[in-house]
Design a protein around this ligand. Structure first.
Ligand code: AMP
Ligand code: MG
Length: 426
């Protein structure tokens, strides 16, 4: 049986970063930039005002104060989106609104609160004022945002390899870019197996269970940036399984769920060997030991012969989700062009003890909480790999190394964080 690291290394050796695509900027969220983005423009394009106020020559305001205002003649108003039509000359001011270009001649903007505009407006019954008292000394540059102070023309704004977040989407929009080149999202085909399964929108005959794994895995694919392609349920028969596998050949990776535990695997193994190549089966991990990996070969819908990576996740609902996190997620992230393939971990004080009976690496479901600056992790309860609801209660997986026979309550363990309370608690 191979280790978790060996298994992951083997899987990743079959995974390549995908090609580039051009997508609308909003669709690129979470994808990796495939080229440097250079700015063709200055942002902001012109010197403009950061405040509503009066554009003035700072020299006209020397020594101005509330007690000793400087009177200036108001010659125009300029609003955001319009160009000033007049120049500010000595003794004059132009009323200006936030974002509007600073007129020629002005070198500073005095905000409304530092003028006597309010009194004058009251006195003039709302009529535009023709004179304004400046109540403070303005230094050159006051309240002026310089052209290009955010992004200067010709600068490399975003580097190839950057993961697109809302702020990158905003930066692209500020350059007037509606599309962006990124690494495309992988399509991950998902095939459930088992005679006992019924689709979730079907009546459930006695003795059958709903197919939950397809949906937990598809949601996990989507969460890490892939596109799930749901292939439905294959029966535990060779012809049904083969037909299912072949339907997944247009995808970038095929995930099957179930059929890989000891008894079942005999049939599946033969099919997988015939349809492709088996690389490994069983990993020193708990839950999820009967994990299978290999490649599936065949012709896609265009008649092209392809070989795609195949990950056979165990069918127990918790095993399927845990092995997805440990093995499928890194593969998907690598296809997306990401460099950091692992989930964040925290060191946490374990509040229960965990016994490790057979030298596998354990990933137990825990609830991680931060108290007084320290992380604590307590088990969600019974750790049976069929108890999916306890996965729903957990926000982390506590890791017990292969070589530890027991971790006692009070000891510190590494916990792989699946979610953060601050984000998930609604
Ligand atoms: P298997 O790996 O096929 O032996 O399945 C192990 C256990 O997981 C069995 O109890 C199955 O009924 C259950 N199981 C397998 N596939 C699914 C699925 N898609 N949804 C829910 N339970 C499943
Ligand atoms: Mg089965």
């Amino acid at each position: 049986m191979i280790s978790v690291e060996q298994a992951l290394e083997k899987i990743l050796s079959y995974i390549a970063t995908l090609e580039e695509e051009q997508v609308p900027i909003l669709d690129s969220l979470g994808q990796v930039l495939a080229e440097d983005v250079k700015s063709g423009i200055n942002v902001p394009p012109l010197d403009n005002t950061a405040m509503d106020g009066y554009a003035v020559q700072s020299g006209d305001t020397l020594g101005a104060s509330r007690e000793s205002p400087r009177l200036l003649r108001v010659i125009d108003t300029v609003i955001a989106g319009s160009m000033p039509e007049h120049e500010v000359t000595p003794g004059t001011a132009i009323r200006i609104m936030t974002g509007a270009p600073v007129p020629e001649g002005a070198d500073s903007v005095v905000k409304f609160e530092d003028t006597d505009e309010e009194q004058r407006r009251k006195a003039s019954a709302g009529q535009p004022v023709t004179e304004i008292g400046i109540l403070c000394q303005a230094n050159p540059g006051l309240n002026i945002r310089r052209a290009g102070e955010d992004i200067s023309q010709g600068a490399t704004v975003l580097k190839k390899g950057t993961v697109i977040r809302p702020s990158e989407v905003g930066v692209l929009a500020s350059l007037g870019q509606s599309e962006v080149r990124v690494i495309r999202r992988p399509v991950i085909a998902i095939l459930a197996t088992g005679n006992e399964l019924v689709e979730i929108n079907q009546p459930r005959p006695t003795g059958k269970i709903y197919n939950s794994n397809t949906y937990s895995v598809a949601a996990s694919v989507r969460r890490c940036g892939g596109i799930p392609q749901i292939l439905g349920i294959a029966q535990d028969r060779e012809d049904s399984l083969v037909a299912g596998l072949r339907r997944g050949l247009d995808a970038d990776m095929l995930i099957t769920i179930g059929g890989v535990s000891k008894g079942d695997y005999d049939m599946v193994k033969d099919v997988l060997a015939r349809e492709g190549q088996i690389n490994f089966w069983t990993v020193r991990i708990k839950p999820g030991k009967p994990l299978a990996f290999g490649t599936i070969k065949g012709t896609d819908k265009n008649g092209v012969t392809r070989s795609i990576p195949h990950l056979g996740l165990p069918g127990n609902p918790v095993s399927a989700m845990v092995t997805f996190e440990i093995f499928a997620r890194p593969a998907i992230l690598k296809m997306l062009g990401k460099k950091n393939l692992s989930k964040p971990t925290v060191a946490a004080v374990l509040e229960n003890s965990i016994v490790n009976t057979d030298g596998r690496r354990i990933h137990d479901r825990v609830i991680v909480e931060k108290r007084n600056g320290q992380y604590f992790a307590r088990l969600t309860g019974k750790q049976g790999s069929g108890i999916l609801s306890s996965m729903s209660r957990a926000n982390g997986l506590a890791v017990v190394p292969e070589d530890r026979a027991e971790v006692k309550a009070g000891e510190v363990v590494q916990v792989i964080m699946l979610d953060w309370n601050e984000e998930a608690s609604g």
